[in-house]
Design a protein around this ligand. Sequence first.
Ligand code: AMP
Ligand code: ZN
Ligand code: FE
Ligand code: FE
Length: 277
Amino acid sequence: MANTKAMVDFHVHTNCSDGLLSPDEVVRKAKEIGLAAIGIADHDSVDGIEEAIKTGDEIGIEVVPAVELSCLYNNNDIHVLGYYIDYKNPELLSFLESVQKKRLERAYKIVGKLSEQGINIDVERVLELSSGASVGRPHIAQALLEQGYVSSFNEAFWKFIGYHCPAYVPKMEINPQEGINLIKKFAGISILAHPGSYHKDDIVYALIAAGVEGIEVWHPEHSENSAEHYLEISQKNGLLITGGSDCHGGRKGKIFMGEIRVPYHYLSELKQKRFEK
Ligand code: AMP
Ligand code: ZN
Ligand code: FE
Ligand code: FE
């Protein structure tokens, strides 16, 4: 009989992008918290998946391979998750490598923009903090914090590197249609991540028109009302439904893992869709 109490966190980061915990540590944490399955969804990287699966097999946690792609839509940074993407495919790996290279160039640009404003952080330290992973603004925020330019992680974003801030630099970004197509090309299932953070339903409908297969309904940035709203949109459009903590280790002040627990049947439905293809 299916375990009706089994719970899933579909959206977790590791230190292969901007999380603080290694894939092994993330999976052990999930076990401690009592989850049945977790989605490893690093930004523009699949590098943590193999290690996570290995630990998952050892300790009895189901690991769902995924990736979180950044896409650009009318100047909005839109994230699309790709579940069960063929994470060993050489063509996918070479695409992700090129994105990570752009991320590295962008990190240098952000550090340059900061220095024009008299904020001098050491790019070497940023690279050390990202330790060869998909480098992102959180690593820069951490360097700003360490060097005393800000007194909290969030302050780094609202003062310097958040959208519309003086040192913000966009990533090399594909558009959502390209992101969805890419996920499809590599046998993945595309899910629109945290729609509540874009504050605009026209984005959600544009993604649905572009062929996104599901919506991340539950997320720490969604109020109960907004989760209800996205649940309704998903159901009306016959879309898959997921939810996740978007855990980054303790980077955002707390771990978040465990706060969003999604009944396992939503994962079963996602898997079912995979086999219908
Ligand atoms: P990047 O992919 O380099 O643009 O960095 C995006 C990541 O930065 C997100 O996944 C979040 O983890 C983090 N982030 C973005 N905006 C904020 C914010 N306003 N406050 C805290 N963290 C943020
Ligand atoms: Zn992140
Ligand atoms: Fe995201
Ligand atoms: Fe995320």
